[in-house]
Design a protein around this ligand. Structure first.
Ligand SMILES: [Cu+2]
Length: 172
């Protein structure tokens, strides 16, 4: 029987390892192929881009742009809304592109470009970062439901592992 127990333990370890892989940090290319620009499609371009992505702690934002044409600054919410780019929390290295920024905490980050007029023209990005967790990656969800659905997925995964372990013990 001990051999069979070992099989079930192996089963659990493999499952756990495959779940851990989903927590690896991911590079996100800001604006995808368009990169970091004054959006030509209107002010919602970067919020539309961000709304399709789940940002996790320690993921990296990659800002691609023509060196010298743009910069990357992090602002607080008030200065971001007013495009007060001189009150930045961080002036990220502007040359050469790309600028890489590690999302080193949970919560909301605000980014824009410090070149005059660019913020007001819509070159601004809000990123909402959630904690790294073993939850499986999921599609876009409303902010109010994301926490509970994360827990739900965790429970489903945990039960799947338990059932698999029991099944292995029964079958052999
Ligand atoms: Cu710019």
């Amino acid at each position: 029987m001990s051999e069979l127990k070992n099989i079930s333990i192996l089963f659990i370890v493999v499952f756990a390892a495959s779940m851990l892989r989903s927590t690896e940090a991911i590079d996100h290319i800001v604006g995808s192929r368009n990169g970091w620009i004054i959006p030509v499609d209107g002010h919602s371009f970067y919020s539309d881009w961000a709304s399709n992505i789940t940002f996790k702690e320690n993921d990296v934002l990659v800002f691609n742009f023509v060196t010298g044409r743009h910069t990357v600054v992090e602002l607080n919410q008030t200065y971001f809304e007013n495009c007060n780019v001189n009150q930045n929390i961080q002036f990220l290295d502007t040359s050469p592109s790309p600028v890489r920024f590690t999302l080193n905490r949970t919560g909301v980050f605000y980014f824009t470009c410090s070149i005059p007029g660019h913020c007001a023209s819509g070159q601004k990005l809000i990123v909402n970062v959630s904690a790294s967790s073993p939850a499986l990656s999921q599609g876009p969800s409303s902010p109010t439901s994301s926490v509970s659905s994360d827990i739900h997925i965790d429970l489903v995964a945990t039960f799947s592992i338990l059932i698999a372990a029991v099944a292995v013990n029964f079958l052999f």
